[in-house]
Design a protein around this ligand. Structure first.
Ligand code: SAM
Length: 319
């Protein structure tokens, strides 16, 4: 599956009647996104710790923005990791923001997590249209996972996010990584190599999704270069692996079932009849060979995070 789209827990494109991002119905994906986020919790905690290291030991982190926060799993991880900060979840899907608030309450973080409804990219720009107005306010840390690629002008979005950073602040975008793996090469149904073919379908589907976005601008997806163009320094990246071996537990199986269901709904025109038949067996809740029961299903995914720092004002002037 494509590294950018349905390939990772908590991530994906679906059909529907959504209000943004090329008609993806994000509200309908709430449970799936939260499920996927929870599977990623070990990776999210390590990521938050790494962001703390990148900000440096003396850094005062008072305000964090999670842009395209989904159900708020990482929002809450960030609030836990940066106990002195107010963390703001920003998303265009009201149901996901409600989930975020409920999650924060459950975890005892309610006082420090707030939610903000915003349609992107418009919501990134303040009333002055420069991204410097306090529409979303400024932040010491901006996190955005698997969201920038849903915006037509990815470079424009990064520029606007960079403008919201306080001097010394860090922007971290989780984009890319590796296609998720969850089945052996030969699964004894259909032709071997299904996952590789699904990757190709996902690539096609992803390109179609991007082409249909309002104001879609082609760009070489060199994220470090894009962060530098957004005016950031100290640009780098890191990748963490999620490795859930077989046999999988129920949460991971439910996640994969939902993932494959969306792929089938979304890209059936791109799949061969043979592969559609295989997917039907994998999706059959009663079938022993189905994803809900088969003993060989595992989950391996790699998430890459690209980071950059907004230089302090005097350093910027000196450059
Ligand atoms: C793939 S989900 C990622 C959620 C979460 N950050 C994660 O990594 O699991 C993308 C999120 O971005 C939000 N989103 C996508 N396009 C948006 C837009 N144009 N305006 C506001 N929110 C948007 C969706 O509602 C969804 O919550």
């Amino acid at each position: 599956m494509n590294p950018h789209s349905d390939s990772r827990p908590g991530h994906g494109h679906g059909p529907g009647h959504g209000h943004h991002s090329a008609d993806i119905d994000w509200d309908a994906m709430a449970a799936h996104l939260e499920n996927g986020g929870e599977l990623q919790l070990p990776v999210l905690h390590r990521t938050a710790a790494r962001l703390g290291e990148l900000l440096g030991p003396g850094a005062e982190v008072r305000r964090i923005l999670d842009i395209g926060s989904g159900p708020g799993v990482m929002t809450c991880v960030l609030a836990e990791a940066f106990a002195g900060a107010e963390t703001v979840a920003v998303d265009g899907a009201p149901v996901l923001l409600e989930r975020t608030s409920a999650r924060a309450e459950r975890l005892g973080l309610g006082g420090r997590v707030t939610v903000r409804h915003a349609e992107l990219p418009e919501g990134l720009h303040g009333a002055d249209g420069q991204g410097t107005d306090r529409g979303l306010g400024t932040a010491d840390l901006i996190w955005s996972s698997k969201t920038v690629h849903h915006l037509g002008d990815q470079q424009g979005a990064l520029n606007a996010l960079s403008a919201l950073l306080r001097p010394g602040g860090l922007l971290a975008v989780a984009e890319g990584g590796l296609p998720m793996r969850f089945l052996p090469r030969d699964i004894a149904i259909g032709a071997p190599g299904l996952q590789t073919r699904l990757d190709a379908v996902q690539e096609h589907s992803f390109a179609r999704m991007r082409a249909e976005l309002p104001g879609s601008v082609p760009v070489v997806e060199d994220w470090p270069a894009m962060l530098r163009r957004a005016g950031l320094t100290g640009v780098g990246g890191f990748t963490y692996l999620l490795d859930l071996p077989a046999p999988l537990g129920g949460t991971a199986r439910t996640f994969l079932h939902a993932q494959l269901t969306r792929l089938r709904d979304n890209a059936s025109d791109l799949l061969t009849a043979d592969d559609l038949g295989t997917l039907d067996v994998l999706l059959d809740p009663e079938a022993e060979q189905g994803i809900l029961h088969r003993p060989d299903a595992f989950l391996l995914s790699a998430t890459t995070v690209f980071t950059g720092v907004r230089a302090a004002d005097d350093e910027r002037r000196a450059r």
